[in-house]
Design a protein around this ligand. Structure first.
Ligand code: ADP
Ligand code: MG
Length: 349
């Protein structure tokens, strides 16, 4: 994808670090009142009046977190921002600014890095987040991207991982497992391409799950939805690693247990059909897949009527006393201990 012969290739060596920064940051709009000074000085200046400030960072490394043989750079930029915004949204907060630091090797032309920044800019525009700074340096090997997201929330709105109580309802947004199945499709096409580079893959039947993998959308809408519904989540986390491991994080940090009901896990029909094709168990995919960037949260029982039937929200279980442990209740009504990898089939009780 980088080797498109029709495109111009401006070498980074010729451009230099300052030339590159100038090219990448020349049109950076500001949406937030709290941004007093963005790019262009030694530091950005932000101003939050009555709210708390939230900060979260992620580091993405080529070959570890992404594979440029099937991830277009524009998508990578978009996703890198979404992954960070998701962490701010997972505190029931609003994202306001990001900084972006990159290390690039000379194998990338300016045009490739501009693609990456086009994705970053699109994500910022969609979520009304300001790009207020960063750092640019060279790398001897691949591409490295570090993003810091900044957000705000009033103190009483912030949802920590530690606030869940026994009997609270466990709720997930959207549907899960799609990003993992999208990755399976892309990995398969990569192998096909290695054997026959002229083969044009037909990804159309998989467009939903491929998009879930390449262009995830962080749930900016949920904090405001919960506000409108009058619901304060007792605990919250985003789904980056898979439902099972995120549930266990909530349980551990809140010192509670959980019963998760297999038949309540929201799956898109295309995820189910892809699982059949790849001979994978769809529950296992939902529990262990990851990268869906949906939100997982708990609410008090009294809020049941407020969230019931909402198309964005699925009630998938409830919290218990810690000594009851964390379990998946299967369709066949078997109780299986949850593990970070999904479930432990050797420990049925
Ligand atoms: P310094 O020498 O103080 O680190 P730089 O010359 O690296 O300053 O950066 C100049 C300005 O450009 C600063 O506002 C910085 O935050 C911003 N900047 C540098 N690299 C990036 C980048 N990759 N993305 C966004 N902003 C950047
Ligand atoms: Mg710098």
């Amino acid at each position: 994808m980088l080797e498109n012969k029709n495109q111009e290739r401006t070498s980074l060596e010729k451009l230099g670090e300052f030339g590159l920064i100038e090219q990448l940051t020349k049109n950076t709009p500001i949406h937030q009142e709290s941004t007093e000074k963005g790019i262009g000085d030694d530091a950005a200046v932000l101003h939050f009046s009555n709210e708390k400030t939230l900060v979260s960072t992620d580091l993405l490394i080529e070959g570890v977190h992404f594979d440029l043989s099937y991830v277009p750079l524009k998508h990578l930029g978009y996703k890198a921002v979404m992954v960070n915004l998701s962490d701010i949204y997972a505190m029931n907060a609003t994202a306001t600014q990001i900084t972006v630091s990159i290390a690039v090797s000379n194998r990338f032309p300016l045009e490739a890095i501009e693609e990456l920044y086009a994705g970053i800019a699109l994500a910022c525009k969609k979520h009304k987040v300001d790009l207020v700074g960063g750092d640019t340096t060279s790398s001897t090997t691949g591409l490295l991207i570090s993003i810091t997201a900044i957000g705000k929330a009033i103190e009483t709105d912030i949802a920590y991982r530690s606030g869940a109580q026994p009997n609270d309802l466990l709720v997930v947004t959207g549907d899960i497992g799609g990003a993992y199945m999208g990755l399976q499709v892309l990995e398969r096409e990569k192998e096909v391409f290695k054997v026959n580079p002229n083969n044009q893959p037909d990804l159309e039947p998989y467009s939903y799950i491929v998009e879930r993998q390449l262009k995830p959308e962080a749930r900016k809408d949920i904090a405001s939805l919960l506000k409108v519904l009058g619901v304060q989540p007792t605990a919250m986390i985003d789904i980056s690693d898979g439902l099972s491991s995120e549930i266990l994080h909530l349980c551990k940090q809140s010192n509670v247990g959980c019963n998760l009901f297999e038949d309540k896990i929201p799956l898109d029909p295309t995820v189910i059909s892809a699982c059949e094709e790849f001979k994978l168990d769809s529950t296992m995919v939902a529990l262990s897949g990851g990268e869906d960037y949906e939100l997982l949260f708990t609410v008090a029982q009294k809020d049941f009527e407020k969230i019931k039937g909402n198309p964005n929200l699925s009630i998938i279980g409830h919290m218990t006393e810690a000594n009851e442990g964390s379990h998946l209740i299967t369709r066949g009504n078997t109780k299986i201990p949850l593990t970070a990898q999904g479930w432990n089939s050797f420990q049925e009780d």
